[in-house]
Design a protein around this ligand. Structure first.
Ligand SMILES: *Cc1c(COP(=O)(O)O)cnc(C)c1O
Length: 450
């Protein structure tokens, strides 16, 4: 018997979805209108590509989240995560709904003040606060979440010269069963760093320990991780009250709830498998209520939810530039929107639909952006119908992070349009132009003539 030839095993990725009775389906019907406004009309008026935000979806999603928590826990406060989308109009909608502001830099802090947020309702997170940032936050009586010991010592130093005791919390990192663990921010729970920082704060006599904070990660698909986090912070709060005889005012569980987007590599679509606000609220509230916290004096529960609140309210409408067959036979489409506008396409298989009715035939297709860069892939594989150059497409659930992490790279950033509750359109951020791009550039005199 001859010896068989060894062949290395090959792992081959499954392409999109599952075939139905009639073969592969186009994922979705066309998106011809958003909140009753024709997509084609928006593109005619404001150009292609264009970001579109639905005020109705922002407000209804917020109300859904608020309800999920406030029906399960008596004291709940949301704080809008500025870095998720800090367009002023967007922030102001959340502030009108009652949200505080959660900021992670001096720039974001100033933007919250500019949006008329009361300094006492600004939560200042992040590892990179400057002395100047901290002084400003103290003057405005904001809630400062300490990230590391150097910041703690700096604060004690600044507080030494001022009459007011700064209100502080510590950020705690911990093992919640989510890996890799985000241990670069804040003080660790398991190894005692967090408890050590608490003792230093209270012992200094110069700071008022107001709360406990954690932000365990982002797009967390297991609500139980929040139950673990809530339990650990409640345990710290109980230890504080046992040792020092005072109660902290709030427990802040940060952000990180999954939106309805579909993570790359996920077999089933996000809307089918991602937890809902109710799932997260149930896990968190039960953990807090079942803890040793004094039930007659429960701390305020703060949530810094970002992406789960706004993702679905954002759309990016654009157009087909060209169809192209790749050398291996695969169909590709070039769109006028690329990863410079769609940072999240590195993580998600965004739902993308034609903006007009389309023929039945469809084919596995790769969607490229317009950049002259190999990485500019909007969808690696999508079952997509035949569209012609000039036809419209709509990318869904792009409200979070894209309007802050976008880049002015190769092309310019487009307009952002808000559809208000009456269906009226408002430009809430203008497009860039050659003028706005070069306005901060300076050409030395000797280079002025070429
Ligand atoms: C980014 C961030 C948030 C928001 O996170 P999402 O995943 O968008 O909900 C909240 N808190 C802190 C400290 C953050 O850094």
């Amino acid at each position: 018997m001859t010896k068989q030839i060894y062949e290395r095993p090959i792992i081959r990725k499954l392409e999109t979805g599952m075939p139905g009775k009639f073969g592969m389906r186009t994922e979705y019907p066309p998106t011809t209108q958003i909140d009753g406004v024709p997509v084609k009309k928006i593109m005619e008026q404001y150009g292609s590509p264009v970001f579109i935000l639905s005020e109705d979806t922002i407000r209804t999603t917020f109300k859904r989240a608020q309800r999920a928590f406030s029906t399960r826990y008596p004291k709940v406060q949301f704080a809008w995560s500025y870095k998720t989308n800090y367009l002023d109009a967007v922030c102001r909608i959340y502030h009108q709904e009652g949200s505080w502001a959660e900021v992670v830099s001096g720039f974001e802090y100033d933007k919250a003040l500019h949006n008329d947020v009361d300094g006492r309702k600004i939560i200042f997170n992040g590892p990179g606060k400057s002395e100047e940032d901290l002084k400003k936050a103290i003057d405005n009586d904001s809630l400062i979440h300490i990230d590391h010991l150097d910041e703690l010592y700096l604060l004690i130093g600044i507080a030494g010269n001022s009459s007011r005791k700064p209100r502080v919390a510590i950020r705690v990192n911990m093992d919640t069963g989510i890996y890799p663990q985000w241990d670069r921010f804040g003080f660790n729970y398991e190894n005692g760093q967090a408890w050590d920082a608490i003792n230093k704060i209270v012992g200094s006599g110069k700071l008022e320990l107001t709360g406990l904070h954690t932000h365990i990660g982002t797009f967390i698909l297991t609500p139980n991780a929040y139950a673990v986090a809530a339990t650990k912070l409640a345990e710290l709060a109980t230890e504080i009250s046992n040792k020092f005889n005072f109660s902290i005012k709030y427990i802040d569980l940060g952000g990180g709830f999954a939106s309805r987007n579909t993570l790359k590599g996920s077999y089933l679509p996000g809307p089918d498998v991602n937890p809902t606000f109710d799932d997260y609220a149930e896990a968190i509230s039960s953990a807090l209520l079942n803890s040793r916290l004094d039930s007659s004096n429960l701390p305020l529960l703060i949530l810094e939810t970002g992406r789960a609140l706004i993702d679905d309210a954002g759309y990016l409408a654009g157009s087909v530039v060209a169809n192209k067959r790749l050398s291996g036979g695969k169909k590709s489409v070039i769109l006028d929107l690329g990863v410079n506008l769609l940072f999240t396409s590195f993580w998600y298989d965004h739902k993308i639909t034609p903006a007009q009715s389309f023929p039945l035939h469809r084919e596995d297709t790769v969607l490229y952006g317009p950049l002259c860069m190999n990485i500019d892939v909007v969808r690696e594989n999508i079952s997509f119908p035949q569209l012609n150059a000039g036809d419209g497409v709509v990318v869904h659930s792009v409200g979070a992070y894209n309007m802050t992490q976008w880049m002015q790279f190769i092309t310019m950033r487009p307009k952002v349009v808000l559809i208000d509750l009456k269906g009226n359109l408002h430009v809430i951020r203008n497009n860039e132009s050659l003028g706005t791009v070069i306005e901060n550039e300076i050409v030395p005199d000797y280079l002025k003539s070429v």
